[in-house]
Design a protein. Structure first.
Length: 108
């Protein structure tokens, strides 16, 4: 019997794996947290906010150790928040294209 994993499951796996990389990078470079906070401030200044903006603002206000632990959480709320992660917008500061493609192949 062949098991087929749907695209949404693969996307969720990728986002979790990506945030595991982010968590490790935050340990080495805690200033990435400031950059993510800046992304969220930009979202907030653009007008009416979606719920995720305030949720990310609250999460990123915590100490870096708590943020590292939270972003790799497997609960439904964190799974939902990873869809709108400010860390995705930090580009090569977190992971270059080649590493992103390699990670995608691994989780697939």
């Amino acid at each position: 019997m062949t098991t087929t994993v749907n695209r949404e499951t693969i996307n969720d796996r990728f986002k979790l794996a990506f945030h595991r990389v982010v968590a490790r990078r935050l340990k080495e470079e805690p200033e990435l947290l400031d950059e993510a906070r800046s992304v969220v401030r930009g979202w907030a200044s653009e007008g009416p906010n979606a719920d995720y903006v305030s949720e990310w603002r609250d999460l990123l206000a915590r100490p870096v150790g708590e943020v590292r632990k939270s972003i790799v959480g497997r609960d439904e709320n964190m799974k939902r928040l990873r869809v709108s992660s400010p860390f995705r917008l930090l580009g090569d500061r977190v992971m270059d294209d080649a590493a992103r493609m390699k990670l995608w192949r691994i989780v697939k």
